[in-house]
Write a protein that binds this ligand. Structure first.
Ligand SMILES: [Zn+2]
Length: 80
């Protein structure tokens, strides 16, 4: 189903959570949360509002930190 928000749609909460975490790893202006859209009945990410509690869970914080470090390393290697 199309949606006037033009945002990427996630079919399940798990997908939305994964996308939220990846956004945190990759972007400085990362998405903070996800929500269930009234219009298309799928999940979208949003950078507005409260930070999702998922992002404060220790294992998630740890994963974001680790993957950011890995990403730094691969960026550095690629530049050589
Ligand atoms: Zn929508």
């Amino acid at each position: 189903m199309s949606c006037s928000s033009q945002k990427k749609q996630y079919y399940t909460q798990e997908e939305a959570e994964e996308a939220l975490i990846r956004s945190q790893i990759r972007f400085h202006q990362a998405a903070l949360s996800y929500y269930l859209c009234d219009e298309c009945a799928q999940f979208h990410l949003t950078s507005r509002g409260e930070k999702h509690p998922l992002l404060s869970q220790p294992q998630v914080v740890e994963r974001i930190k680790n993957e950011q470090q890995l990403q730094d390393w691969s960026d550095r290697l690629r530049r050589k």
